[in-house]
Design a binder for this molecule. Structure first.
Ligand code: HEC
Ligand SMILES: [Cu+2]
Length: 220
């Protein structure tokens, strides 16, 4: 079974042969040979799985591989073991070895959900949202972690709940419902630029964005 691994600043993306993908946490069946096909999207990283005693470089522009057959269920740490910039220390996660039946179950339920979140995360980067909304960006746009379902204070004194419909409207028409706090209205309108299915995935990603604010943990 071949799983594709993409390393980048600062997260690991894993893609299962059946199409599900997940970020930082990897789920695998025991009792069958697994081959990881590894590449980097930016600088050199290294995937380190102490539980299987293997460590292989993730290189830009070239595939590397590791293979193993796990024989014990459990959840273990995985790491990036090549210093790769500011957030190198948070570039890690877990590998969970499961009985084959549990793995099939995971693929159908959690895996399908994780895949949607990972797809949303890719769009969040591709449309440039991350460049303004990630902590530390020069624009200082509000962070989106923990936003879903919270109360948002608006410039006109109203308070709204950031539900799916409100998020959708704010993305399509950022200058409507201005936020309290007098921030600069620099967000471009995405009306007509993001197809409806992609908007849905972006909103799924915002819903799953936890409170931590660390980019590497964004889609957990
Ligand atoms: C050029 C910078 C920039 C880009 C690109 C950008 N935003 Fe924004 N965004 C902002 C700013 C600034 C605000 C605050 C607007 C205000 O004060 O009303 C904002 C507000 C928001 C809000 C409301 C936040 C809150 O706390 O209520 C959401 C949701 C949002 N953006 C999502 C997105 C998504 C999704 C994308 C990508 C499709 C995106 N933004 C792209 C700058 C940006
Ligand atoms: Cu790294």
């Amino acid at each position: 079974m071949v799983v594709e691994v993409i390393g980048r600043q600062w997260m690991w993306k894993f893609q299962h042969p059946t199409g599900q993908s997940e970020i930082n946490d990897l789920h695998l069946p025991i009792g069958q040979p697994i081959k990881l096909r590894i590449i980097s999207q930016d600088v050199i990283h290294a995937l380190y799985l102490p539980a299987v005693r293997m460590q292989v470089a993730a290189l830009p522009d070239r595939f590397t591989e590791m293979w193993f057959k796990a024989d014990k269920v459990g959840t273990f740490h995985l790491y990036c073991s090549e210093y790769c910039g500011t957030d190198h220390s948070v570039m890690g996660g877990t590998v969970t070895f499961m009985n084959p039946g549990d793995y099939q179950d995971w693929l159908v339920h959690a895996g399908a959900y994780q895949g949607k979140v990972a797809a949303g995360r890719a769009l969040y980067e591709a449309y440039g949202c991350a460049a303004c909304h990630e902590p530390g960006s020069p624009v200082k746009a509000p962070g989106l972690a923990g936003l879903f379902g919270s109360k948002v204070a608006l410039a006109d004194g109203r308070t709204v709940v950031a539900d799916e419909e409100w998020l959708r409207q704010k993305i399509l028409n950022p200058n409507g419902d201005k936020l309290a706090g007098g921030g600069k209205q620099v967000m471009p309108s995405f009306a007509g630029r993001i197809p409806e299915d992609e908007l849905g995935r972006l909103i799924d990603f915002i819903k799953a964005y936890p409170g931590s604010g660390k980019s590497a943990e964004a889609a957990r």
